[in-house]
Ligand binder design. Structure first.
Ligand code: NAD
Ligand code: UD1
Length: 348
């Protein structure tokens, strides 16, 4: 019998790519999303790309904090596990509107956990973030590093991790994998799915992409005086398809073992500077990205990249793609959908 997986936030960037992998892997998938930061077109694209498996996807527009709606869903379907992506993720907005972030991310997660517990579904994969390492004292970051958060968004990730550790301590039937993503970029190689942020992008790659398609005049580089190879910040960029594979590996681990509550980094273990990323994107797209060199962005760390050993060892998972493939697929998506899912030829 196919396993039934509930995916919260499955219309979003990472969620939609993961849902496609799950469908192709033979899972039955229910997505809930309030579409706050996503489009139902993403769901339609997933169904199309999944071919014969597309009929194994059910979508409900539900807010995570709507407990009666969640209860109804769990009463109608026996889920084997939940992958929990749903959450707000804009760091700057979280500083301006902390209560919105605490309400959405923390209350939403507690509501989900309560309903899961009540219906005896105690297997969870949660989207945490490398942001919980703050400004790491050294690299690569291992999972045992001290945790810190410099903004409300990061604190929601930290708190939710702690909540998960607490519920496991209180009830060892829970099996939870916390995945700390480094910097997800790229798009599905079909060019049919990708990241479609609302408003001005906060993150590097979506911004570069919008400069390349002519939506913005130049990329502002935040900081050229870091102690790095070229003075710009260094990060661990990971292809979203590799990241999705990491979720399949985590799910498998939940089904194959009594893991308890464990945390894994999902990164490549390689650091790339802002200027190296710009260079790779220019090569992939053939477009020139005009740069404005500016001061550091408050709260930014200098160098962050992952130790990948634990995930390789325990989950048998390793990222396959490099920067060239990430930029190639990002450009393929951008050039076909310059306005994301709202692009004129994206209407069906
Ligand atoms: P995204 O915004 O594209 O996807 C999140 C989805 O959750 C959206 O579709 C949104 O509409 C939905 N959502 C938000 N609040 C909801 C609620 N209360 N009820 C129902 N649906 C809700 O973001 P993403 O990049 O796909 O990120 C997915 C997860 O991974 C998030 O939890 C994010 O914090 C985490 N994460 C992302 C990154 C990154 O760089 N993209 C890095 C580390 C961690
Ligand atoms: C940011 C968030 C982090 C979140 C992560 C993934 C902050 C302080 N941190 O991390 O909490 O988990 O995104 O969503 O916002 N850069 C530019 N110009 C830009 C954008 C970025 O030079 O317009 C630089 C940054 O200074 C950084 C690198 O590009 O050196 C990557 O930035 P970004 O994509 O925002 O990711 P993080 O800073 O790692």
């Amino acid at each position: 019998m196919e396993k039934k997986i509930l995916v919260t936030g499955g219309a979003g960037y990472i969620g939609s790519h993961t849902v496609l992998q799950l469908l192709l892997g033979g899972f039955k998938v229910t997505v809930i999303d309030n579409l706050d930061n996503s489009s139902e077109v993403a769901i339609k694209r997933v169904v199309e790309l999944a071919g014969d498996f597309g009929s194994n996807l059910v979508f409900h527009q539900i807010d995570l904090r709507d407990k009666p709606a969640l209860e109804k869903l769990f009463a109608s379907t026996n889920f084997d596990a939940v992958i929990h992506f749903a959450g707000l993720k804009a760091v700057g907005e979280s500083v301006q509107k902390p209560l919105l972030y605490y309400n959405n991310n923390i209350i939403g997660t507690i509501t989900l956990l309560e309903v899961m517990g009540a219906y005896g579904c105690k297997k969870l994969v949660f989207s945490s973030s490398a942001t919980v390492y703050g400004w790491p004292k050294e690299v690569p970051c291992t999972e045992e590093f001290p945790l810190a958060a410099t903004n409300p968004y990061g604190r929601t990730k930290l708190f939710i991790e702690e909540i998960c550790r607490d519920i496991y301590r209180s009830d060892s039937e829970w099996q939870i994998i916390l995945l700390r993503y480094f910097n997800p970029v790229g798009a599905h190689p079909s060019g049919y799915m990708g990241e479609d942020p609302r408003g001005i992008p906060n993150n590097l790659m979506p911004f570069i992409q919008q400069v390349a398609v002519g939506r913005r005049p130049a990329l502002t580089v935040f900081g050229k005086d870091y102690n790095t190879k070229d003075g710009t910040g260094v990060r661990d960029y990971i292809h979203v398809v590799d990241l999705s594979d990491g979720h399949s590996a985590a799910l498998q681990k939940l089904f194959d073992s009594n893991i308890g509550c464990e945390v894994y980094n999902l990164g490549t273990g390689k650091g790339t500077s802002v200027l190296e990323m710009v260079d790779a994107f220019e090569k992939a797209s053939g477009k020139k990205i005009p740069l404005i060199m500016a001061g550091r962005r408050p709260g930014d760390a200098e160098i962050v990249f992952a130790s990948t050993e634990k995930a390789e060892r325990d989950l048998n998972w390793k990222a396959k793609y490099g920067i060239a493939e990430m930029c190639r697929d990002q450009w393929n998506w951008a050039s076909k959908n310059p306005y994301g899912y709202e692009s004129p030829d994206s209407s069906n």
